[in-house]
Design a binder for this molecule. Structure first.
Ligand code: HEM
Length: 115
């Protein structure tokens, strides 16, 4: 799980996220969450968040999305992303739950190759 503030700055990064991405929480705390994804989303993520803040129209929150994330070593991997938002005494925060789909994708490819 990853928690960010309304500007995209990482507030907390779980032990599972540390293993998945190869970063320690101390490496990413305060950095923009866009560091965890490849282009074109990396380039556009601030605009995605601004769009949601101004229109209130959610495209992932409450829906989920299969997309691509990027590890510390620069390799990309498929993920299922779920996002929630919450108002706290310290302002608005967003919580992201990420499931690594690499293993599922490998299995699907093996099955396809067998057919
Ligand atoms: C929106 C990609 C991680 C918070 C979006 C959108 C994309 C995206 C494509 C815009 C959807 C659209 O307009 O159609 C990614 C990718 C991630 C990632 C590839 C891989 C690491 C995160 C995380 C959080 C987050 C970890 C929060 C902890 C948001 C928020 C929005 C958003 C708040 C706007 C709300 C919405 O569109 O429902 N992201 N994101 N993202 N993302 Fe991310």
């Amino acid at each position: 799980m990853i928690v960010i503030d309304s500007h995209g700055a990482i507030l907390s990064f779980s032990a599972a996220a540390e293993r998945m991405f190869g970063y320690a929480e101390g490496d990413v705390a305060g950095q923009n969450v866009k560091m965890l994804m490849p282009d074109p989303d990396r380039e556009a993520h601030d605009a995605y968040m601004d769009r949601y803040m101004t229109t209130g129209v959610a495209r992932i929150i409450g829906i989920g999305r299969v997309t691509t994330a990027r590890r510390r070593d620069g390799s990309n991997f498929p993920i299922e992303l779920s996002i929630g938002d919450a108002d706290t005494p310290h302002g608005r925060v967003f919580t992201g739950f990420i499931r690594d789909l690499s293993e599922r994708q490998r299995t699907e490819r093996r099955l396809n190759d067998l057919q």
